[in-house]
Design a protein around this ligand. Structure first.
Ligand code: NDP
Length: 241
């Protein structure tokens, strides 16, 4: 008996033009899925993916982007909410604006995106929501009160969603990367990067592909019974959290 090839799914990755999001999009392309990515410019996604413009802080731009993706690839069956920023500052120096901008992008941005794709998942009784958080969400990190709050908030979204829609064939999980070699971490000073490496049991940063493969698994049929989970990809840094 020959194994049947799974149907290509309509996958959307926000912030899929670079870094971890781009690797995730490439991994779904390798799996044979129909992949769309967002970037703020509307360009720069990997070859073979549809790139659409969206700013996750702007609901109207997300609505338009999702409409364009669904017209081309069909209703979204897998959403990876990956777009995110940092704006580090010790608490005493952190402005309201910095806190609000990071929350608006990382947390409210994920909410806006999930809300706009969920209706068709409910209709189909099938869907995968993967929220890209961070080890920092539950472990904490000095200078990242805004970022940590936004990333731990994603756990609340995944768990509330799991209780709301778990019986409809939809899973919602959080993938929590540790330090990954991307532009976000390359901005850190060499000294800081060295001190982080010393704290990581694996003794190194990860490649974005190591996160991408875990995301692809969480979005697969084999992961149908995993929901509301926080899956670390952090070389052991956040153990026990
Ligand atoms: P990068 O800085 O390399 O890429 C960030 C991505 O997010 C870009 O595609 C960017 O789009 C997009 N983005 C930022 N702001 C917005 C916005 N307002 N609207 C739409 N898209 C936006 O980041 P990484 O690849 O390193 O990180 C990806 C995710 O992984 C983030 O959520 C981050 O918090 C998380 N993470 C990263 C870790 C790391 O070590 N690198 C560790 C743990 C978590 P554009 O190009 O248009 O600006």
């Amino acid at each position: 008996m020959t194994e049947s090839t799974p149907e290509p799914r309509s996958v959307l990755v926000t912030g899929g033009n670079r870094g971890i999001g781009r690797s995730i999009a490439e991994e779904f392309l390798r799996c044979g899925d129909k992949v769309a990515v967002t970037s703020r410019s509307g360009t720069g996604g990997p070859e073979g993916a549809l790139t659409v413009a969206a700013d996750v802080t702007d609901g109207d731009s997300l609505t338009a982007a999702i409409k364009a993706v669904e017209a081309e690839n069909g209703p979204i069956e897998v959403l990876v909410a990956n777009a995110g920023i940092t704006d580090d500052q010790l608490l005493l120096r952190m402005s309201d604006e910095s806190f609000e901008t990071v929350l608006d992008t990382n947390l409210t941005g994920a909410f806006r995106t999930v809300q706009r794709v969920i209706k068709s998942m409910v209709r189909k009784k099938k869907g995968r929501i993967v929220l890209i958080s961070s080890v920092v969400g539950l472990y904490g990190s000095p200078g990242q009160v805004n970022y940590a709050a936004s990333k731990s908030g994603l756990v609340g979204i995944a768990r509330a969603l799991t209780r709301e829609l778990g019986s409809r064939g939809i899973t919602a999980n959080v993938v929590a990367p540790g330090y990954i070699d991307t532009e976000m971490t390359q901005q850190l000073s060499e000294d800081l990067q060295d001190s982080y490496r010393k704290a990581i049991p694996a003794g190194r940063f990860a490649d974005p592909e190591e996160v991408a493969r875990v995301v692809a698994f969480v979005a697969s049929d084999d992961a149908a019974y995993i929901s509301g989970a926080v899956i670390p990809v952090d070389g052991g840094l956040g153990m026990g959290h």
